[in-house]
Write a protein that binds this ligand. Structure first.
Ligand SMILES: [Zn+2]
Length: 248
């Protein structure tokens, strides 16, 4: 049977989970390193010194989590150079501190940490920052647009003309917006950016039409829920000396 291809999920990588396994309360077993040498076991303090260590409880072996993950994701150029910490497992506790330090200084390890820890974190931070900035701007734009609608509603409610006498900067619409901009500077800059889009007569009429329809629907719903209602009729003389009939 051919050996697994580089980076392929194999039985040797079954130790790899979502994060490095570091069981602080585990009774680490002893290993004997020759007749004259004392027995040694894994030291839980090593987890603190080398946070990349992954410990396999079943086999009493250690692996390097970032290197294993980079190997699995095919991001390592020379994965075999540190196979003891990726596929085979390391358990030479008598030389552990030296070997752990050496592994941490290898190109394999620094490359793996860069690709599966540092870069994803940096990318994530930038993405979150941009996303937050976009959401903030979107909310600010929404608030400004709502204020523009409330301005239109106020002018319509008071029967005040929207447009100016040729100079739109003097119109009730623009002056009211500027007045409210004194309390919220976002409105002034928003209006400058959106001026051609929301200050045209067509857009004002469109927004007023939507409001008028809403009023009509509310009146209609109110009438349908009421057994009795009245209609007031009045007439007024226009500047063209014509009678105009109003239903209220
Ligand atoms: Zn490593």
């Amino acid at each position: 049977m051919p050996p697994p291809a580089f980076g392929e999920k194999s039985a040797e990588l079954q130790w790899l989970g979502q994060s490095a396994h570091q069981p602080l309360q585990f009774p680490f077993p002893n290993r004997s390193f020759g007749i004259t040498r004392p027995v040694r076991s894994f030291q839980r303090s090593w987890f603190e010194k080398w946070p990349w260590i992954h410990y396999d409880e079943d086999r009493d072996l250690t692996f390097c989590f970032p290197c294993g993950k980079a190997y699995k994701e095919k991001k390592l150029y020379a994965p075999t150079a540190e196979s003891n910490f990726i596929t085979k497992g390391f358990h030479n506790w008598k030389d552990a501190t030296i070997k752990f330090g050496n592994h941490e200084g290898t190109g394999c390890h620094t490359d793996a940490v860069l690709k599966v820890v540092t870069l994803p974190q940096t990318t994530s931070d930038i993405g979150e920052t941009l996303s937050h900035k976009h959401a903030t701007e979107k909310e600010a734009n929404r608030q400004c647009f709502l204020k523009l609608l409330s301005n239109l509603r106020f002018l319509a409610r008071q029967a005040l003309p929207m447009r100016g006498d040729g100079n739109e900067d003097n119109s009730n619409f623009i002056q009211l917006f500027k007045l409210r901009g004194e309390d919220d500077t976002r409105m002034t800059s928003w209006l400058q950016r959106k001026q051609s889009k929301y200050t045209s007569a067509e857009m004002q009429n469109e927004m007023l039409k939507v409001m008028a329809l809403k009023v009509l629907r509310d009146i209609s719903a109110s009438i349908q829920n009421t057994p009795f209602y009245t209609i007031m009729v009045d007439e007024t003389l226009t500047s063209a000396v014509k009678n105009r009939l109003l239903y209220v």
